[in-house]
Design a binder for this molecule. Sequence first.
Ligand SMILES: NC(=O)C1=CN([C@@H]2O[C@H](COP(=O)(O)OP(=O)(O)OC[C@H]3O[C@@H](n4cnc5c(N)ncnc54)[C@H](O)[C@@H]3O)[C@@H](O)[C@H]2O)C=CC1
Ligand SMILES: O=C(O)C1=N[C@H](C(=O)O)C[C@H](O)C1
Length: 246
Amino acid sequence: MTINVGVLGARGRMGATVVNAVEGASDMKLVAALDAGDDFAPLADAQVVVDFTHPDAVMDNLKYLVEHDIHAVVGTTAFSEERLATLRSWLEPKPSLGVLIAPNFALGAVLAMRFAAQAAKFYASAEVIELHHNRKADAPSGTAAHTARMIAAARAEAGVTPGPDATTSELDGARGAAVEGVHVHSVRLPGLVAHEEILFGGEGETLTIRHDSLDRTSFMPGVLFGVRTVLTRPGLTVGLENVLDL
Ligand SMILES: NC(=O)C1=CN([C@@H]2O[C@H](COP(=O)(O)OP(=O)(O)OC[C@H]3O[C@@H](n4cnc5c(N)ncnc54)[C@H](O)[C@@H]3O)[C@@H](O)[C@H]2O)C=CC1
Ligand SMILES: O=C(O)C1=N[C@H](C(=O)O)C[C@H](O)C1
């Protein structure tokens, strides 16, 4: 079976890479490659649309896709619990429609998050450092926020209380942003692509888990897997770790 695929954000860094990947996939046909300001009418031919646009645009795009019964694979970041709840309410009357949102489609990043969740129950102290190119719109990265939430969930399940931190006096921002009690630090530099370190500290030891995306092609196997999977996975799925056989 050939899957008809549309791409939103097609002239962006990720969208252009997705267009190439879809064109190179023998089981897919690219039916629309659209960007800001384009008429969405060609999406009528798409079974699945891949969205790599902007946090300010993605909810309107998803509303359009759900209203037109088109499955969606979303890489665009900055999804709050409130946004996810809104999306679930749109999907409720559409029981056969699937939306897959993944803050990171690179296999190594998904594994790094899973390893971090595994480690979290053994260490009361953890910090996340994400490093990205300086054209990135959002901070912290979607991956770092998702990692912090996974660490917090693993801690809660294991009954681990976050470790004490003696810092009482600091310049604003020096300890980063706290996401569910986990400190997250964002670095932006030209030359970088997408990188993350998760640091754990215990008695006389530290553990560092690091992932580096050195090229945007690193995300493509995950995106294509998402396109193939979303057709048979109705409802909202958040995180590639929930569809991969890890
Ligand atoms: N989940 C993942 O694995 C990854 C996620 N991302 C995320 O993907 C998003 C895009 O990243 P980049 O490609 O680096 O950004 P970019 O700025 O290079 O590309 C975004 C494109 O979307 C277009 N756009 C904006 N509003 C639009 C709309 N309403 N409809 C259609 N197109 C629209 C822009 O004109 C631009 O061409 C970001 O949120 C980023 O964090 C990036 C890399 C991997
Ligand atoms: O903007 C990017 O480049 C990336 N965005 C995603 C994120 O915010 O986590 C995924 C990856 O880190 C690259």
